[in-house]
Write a protein of this length. Sequence first.
Length: 232
Amino acid sequence: MIRALPPKGCAISVIALQCVPVALKTRRQATRRQTSRSRTLAGLRRAEILAAALKVFCKKGYTEARMEDVAAQAKIAKGTLYLYFSSKAEIYSAAAHSGMEQLSTLAVERTAGIADFHTRLETLITVRLDFWMEQRSLYRMLLTVGRAPEHRKQTHAIINRAVASIQSVLEEGVRTGEVAPQPLDPLAQAIVDMMRGAIERRLDGLSKNTSAEDAREISRIAFSALGLPYST
């Protein structure tokens, strides 16, 4: 049997149709790559703006600082700044949120794989102390701007998150049998208060202790409260 040939140009059309899905897939992949690059660049720009804003807030004070000051410090146009943030309050909130996310990630990384309760707790305290000494500009903002009525809710959330982080380590100690079952929330809050005091004394030049030294002392007090021996 002789198969009839397709009309002239039909074979080319079939090949073209077969290529359409491939072309669409390639186009979608290129779009995803472009979107990913754009998000990465936007994230970097936001981080640069937040860093610039903290410098301005510390130099001029939050109240006196203006959006144009932040834009100038970040070396961008004021209009560009408003594409990312609508106000100083939004910048501050974003900076506080970003700081907490960084700290949470760092704490998980540094305590991963640590088996014993003693070392895990002391390491977590050291990590938190080190972080806030490195991020002292943001910490000072939390002490000042964070106490304003419009930011107080976020500040309380940050403190509660710190308490929860410490309490999770204490609870893990109970699960592993290293800590006797007992109310842990009061101790977790006390540890956070001691950390805050240690940070503020160092920021004010009232203490020359290192983070490791402060962490050892706080851990010793915590172990005593838990009825556990503490050894260096």
